[in-house]
Design a protein around this ligand. Structure first.
Ligand SMILES: *Cc1c(COP(=O)(O)O)cnc(C)c1O
Length: 400
């Protein structure tokens, strides 16, 4: 490079330029600050609101048993783990969580990663390589997409939840590739619909393909007592990789995979995110263990979540709101134009209800929405208050 253009080059100029570009398009994130725990009534930017956009579905993040689990583990083992899992960072507590989780989910074994994102980014690239193909649902989560980008495998997509289309792609792949990996979200985070996992497994097995489901929004939510998508379809142990997270319904943080012992042996020896990044502090493992305890012994949380979900959806629909194809506590309220979704969200906030708009490019231009997540800890009074405001504002903004 010429000396003159080197002098002209400002290595940091793109930071400001690209940020301002986002601001101009109104695509930048304006962070809302929680000044309380993430609870059904939270304090956000100084205002008490009914929380409708937390993934803390079962209200476990402030459950006494989880808090105590974190405190006890910290007192006994300290604030940090000291190492990556593979070297000196595997504590008896981590192993206990994995054993308990596998038992809870009805699989042979399980493995905990730092986050769900780390599980996808670490494991997916090891499952397929050159000469192989990964087939994804077109609406898969960004962390799956990033995991797939780290492989040398070829890629193909199938139409959203369309098993017929998946089979077409499989027939084509069958002739050309060695290994085939089929990946899908379990519960889709934008629409709250569920992948037909029983059929996906059946058709994949026909072509010798491996199945991988990201059940981040299904863990703790679907299946008996929240055991996840394998239990939901009564196909425990038949999905090759069930991946999920402790950061949503479980109320803590941490990625998980559940499946065979062969899978876990392979995954822990090969996943770079697992091998090269520190393990969870004792507090996290202690809270995870308590979360599994709570799911096993307090069925009321999952029951309340579904009771609230059914009531909320039924009332919204009878007012004339479009809640799309949702089959889960993720309840989108589809309003059309981005500007209407933003206005509805802002007016709801004024009324003490926190529900964020999801607009293009996260969803199609004419499918802008408010995305609400139901919570087990909301009372009937909270729901009626919320529904009353939706009714009032829906009419005012001519949505219903
Ligand atoms: C939230 C989410 C993740 C990431 O999980 P973390 O444990 O929070 O990293 C992965 N996949 C899907 C589908 C998710 O919704």
């Amino acid at each position: 490079m010429e000396a003159e253009s080197l002098m002209k080059r400002n290595p940091n100029a793109f930071l400001k330029y690209e940020y301002e570009e986002l601001v101009r398009k109104n695509f930048d994130w304006k962070l809302r600050i929680l000044e309380s725990g993430s609870t059904p009534h939270s304090v956000v930017d100084g205002k008490e609101v009914i929380m409708l956009c937390s993934n803390n579905y079962l209200n476990l993040s402030n459950h006494q048993r989880l808090i105590q689990g974190a405190i006890d583990a910290t007192k006994k083992f300290g604030a940090g783990s000291g190492s990556v899992r593979a070297i000196a960072g595997t504590m008896a507590l981590h192993i206990e969580v994995e054993k308990r989780l596998a038992k809870f989910k009805g699989t042979e074994s399980s493995l905990i990663y730092q986050t769900g994102f780390a599980a996808n980014a670490g494991l997916i690239p090891q499952l397929a390589g050159k000469g192989d193909i990964i087939i994804s649902d077109e609406l898969n989560h960004g962390s799956i997409i990033d995991g797939v980008r780290l492989t040398k495998a070829d890629r193909a997509i199938f139409k959203h939840r369309d098993v017929g289309d998946l089979e077409k792609v499989l027939i084509d792949a069958n002739k050309k590739y060695n290994r085939i990996l089929v990946i899908t979200d379990g519960v889709f985070s934008m629409d709250g619909d569920i992948a037909p996992m029983d059929e996906i497994v059946k058709v994949s097995q026909r072509y010798g393909a491996m199945t991988y489901v990201d059940d981040a929004h299904g863990e703790g939510v679907i299946g008996p007592d929240g055991r996840g998508i394998g239990s939901h379809f009564r196909i425990e142990g038949k999905i090759d990789v069930e991946m999920g997270t402790f950061s949503k319904a479980y109320g803590v943080v941490g990625g998980l995979i559940a499946g065979s012992q062969d899978l876990v042996n392979f995954a822990l020896n090969k996943s770079r995110t697992w091998l090269l990044s520190g393990s969870h502090p004792p507090a996290v493992a202690g809270a995870q263990l308590a979360a599994i305890d709570v799911l096993e012994t307090e069925p009321q949380h999952v029951k309340n979540l579904w009771k609230n979900t059914e009531y909320f959806k039924k009332e919204l629909n009878s007012m004339g709101f479009d809640t799309g194809d949702s089959q889960t506590p993720i309840t989108p309220i589809i309003v059309g134009e981005s500007s209407i979704a933003k206005e509805l969200s802002s007016k709801l906030f004024d009324e003490g209800i926190f529900a964020l708009p999801i607009v293009f490019p996260m969803v199609a231009r004419d499918k802008a929405r408010i995305r609400t997540m139901m919570n087990a800890g909301l009372t009937k009074k909270d729901l009626d208050y919320t529904l009353g405001k939706f009714n009032k504002l829906g009419k005012k903004l001519k949505i219903i």
